[in-house]
Each structure stands twice: as structure tokens, then as C-alpha cells.
Design a protein around this ligand. Sequence first.
Ligand code: A3P
Length: 397
Amino acid sequence: MSSASTSQPIVPKTDYIEEKEDGEAYRKIDADICREMLPNLPKEKGWIAEQLVQYKGVWLTPTFALKAAVQLQHHFNLFQTTGSSTSAARGSLPMYFLATLPKSGTTWLRALMFATLNRSLYDATSPHHPLLTTGPHDCFPCLEMDNMLGNHDHSRPVTSLDHDHHDDRDGGDAMIDSYVPPTSTAQLFATHLPYSLFPKSVTTSSSTCGVSKFVYVCRNPKDVFISLWKFGSKVKAVNTGLTPFSLEEAFDLFCRGVCPYGPYWDHVLGFWKASLEMPGQVLFLKYEDLRKEPFANVKRLAEFLGQPFSEEEESKGVVQQIIKLCSFENLSSLEINKTSRTQQYFVKANILVENSDFFRKGQVGDWKNFFTDDMAKRMDQIIDERFSGSGLTFVNP
Ligand code: A3P
């Protein structure tokens, strides 16, 4: 029997916060952030929202990322210190985080993780696979954007496939609900927060929060920059009416470390070092390697998450089926990803983003179509300065 078929389904379980207990505490944190913290933080122009603020060295959107970073400390420290029965029980489920800087391949890895971990439930070749009708961003929640940490309506729990903003979809709740399996053995989150902002209670596996694992996807900085500039230009104009950055202005900000969840190099190095120190807890993948060798890397992913592909699965071509299902060509051609904007966390945050905005070219080396020689030189110099001695190298075609 295949290893996947013996395991319980891995589905997002997102209502683990004791909302009623903690609601008051979270509201107080929100108020403190607005009143005391925000006015004193360094500020720069935002790429997507109007502003970025610098908190503990990290550039964050004040509306949700900053709050999430602060709440994260509070939430997991609460877990550790109170050990309340409900929280402890919920916290004993392993937490798997997909961690990325925006534009590094989050959408792709969301799909790959969801399809890999749920393969015993959903055959990748099935015409009813959830990914065919649910955008990858709606398969499991984003820690900081999905109102996971208390900044939501405390009277109702949040479940990741429990959409309430999809008027433009056929099928509605009944269709989505039918995807939600009855049990779960792990909590699956995406996050853009850097490793440094996670409390020890999450990054130390022996904690009362149970086992947590991070899958980190790194993409070369030149392609991340172009992808972010393109994405930000569109989304910022639509949402704020502000003029997007010129290429030069954006490049200068990026090189100074000012980008969402940046500096880029701190984010990457934080997870890189953690992956060297704790390879069982942090898997460091590169977008370019996934592009070149998807088979080997998807197998690594499954092994890391404790669901290695069995020989039987491999001989049946299950790995290739998952790769095909999650390919840029397939996902970007689906109706749900061409026409819908049902990423519920964006809807809740009142940010207009189309699913199609997450699928641009999906290529390695598109930066060459935009960079001048001087830009390439400046970025190479920064890479040398920041990453020399780390052992991390970038694939720059
Ligand atoms: P480009 O803008 O270079 O095309 P994120 O998901 O982190 O926001 O990253 C978006 C980038 O990943 C975009 O890059 C997008 O095209 C690419 N992408 C999205 N889905 C992909 C997939 N299935 N395979 C490869 N790349 C993908």
C-alpha cells in the first residue's frame, strides 16, 4: 500500500486560535500598534499598499503584516505559557509553513504542497481535483493575511476553504465545502514573515506547539525584483490610485532592502542558516532547481513533510502527475485562475488582486529583458557582499 494512502488527510485547520479567550488581548495589541508603535517606526513608500514600516529590521505593510508579526509573538507565547487545554490540543498538531518572499514561487509551492499532502484524497489526474476549481491561494491560509492571528471577526472561526466572498463563482459553498475533509493531522500555512520574527516556541520542535516545519522557496533576486515590480505596479495602481514606481525607483528601493518583508538578503539568509542548522525542520528549495528538476525536488518535498512517495506511486507516475497538475501552463490556463479573484484573505483585507496576477511568465531569467548593465552590476555586487561565505549561490542564467 502506498505511504500516502495510509495517512490521514492533511488539510488546513485554521480555527486553532481560541478566539473568544484571546479576542480582547488581540484588540489591545491592535490598539497599541496603532497608538504607540506605528508613529515611531521608520517609513518608506509601499510597493503595493501606500506605505511600508520597518519593524525589527523588516519592512512590513502596517495594515496586516505588522500586526501579524506582533500578534505572532503574543499568540505562540500564550500557547507556551498557558498551555490551556484547548490551545495545547490544537497546538499539538504539526504545523507546516510554506515560507517565501513574495514573488518567489508561493503560488506554485502552495499547489505542490496541497497536491502532495492530499494525494491520498485527491488523485492528481481527477477531473474533480480541488486545484482545478480552487485557486492555489485558497487551498490553505496565509498566516499574516488570512486573519489567522486574532485580527478578524472573533465571533466566527476561519476555515481556509470556507469562502464567503465568491459571488462570481459557480457552485458556491456547497462545492467548496465538499472539498473539506472531516479530519486533519496538520496545520498548513503560507507565510512571508522572515524566520527572525517567528518565536522560539514555533522554531523549536520540542516546544508545546508541537512539530513545526518550514518549506522555504528562494528565487534569484533579479527575477524576484522584476516579478515584484510588475505585480506591485498593477496592484498598487488598482488599489490606491497612486502612480506605480518607475523601474529605477523600485530598483533603488530593492537594493536598499526596502521591499515587502525585506530586505531580500536577510529573509533568504535567515531561512538558509536555519536550514543548515536544522535540516529536519527547514527545507530550503530554489525556484530555479524546481524548474530544472521538478521530479527530484517534489520527492524531496514529500519526504521532508513525512509523506515520501512509495515505489508503487513512483511506478504509477504519481510524482509526474502532481508536477503536471501544478505546472504554470496548467494552473494559469484554468478558468478559476484566469477570471476569478477569490483569494479570501485579499478580499477580507479589501485588496483587489486577480488570481491571474499570480501567473505572469513563470520563467527563469526574465530579468534580462529589463535590467541595464549597471543594474546587473549593482545587484551582483550586493549579492557578493551579502552572501559571500554563506555557501548559498544563485542561479542567474
Ligand atoms: P513571474 O512574475 O516572474 O512570472 P508568488 O507566487 O510568490 O507571488 O510568485 C509569482 C511568480 O511565480 C510569478 O513569476 C509567476 O508567474 C510564477 N508562478 C506562478 N505559478 C507558477 C507555477 N505553477 N510554476 C512556475 N512559476 C509560477
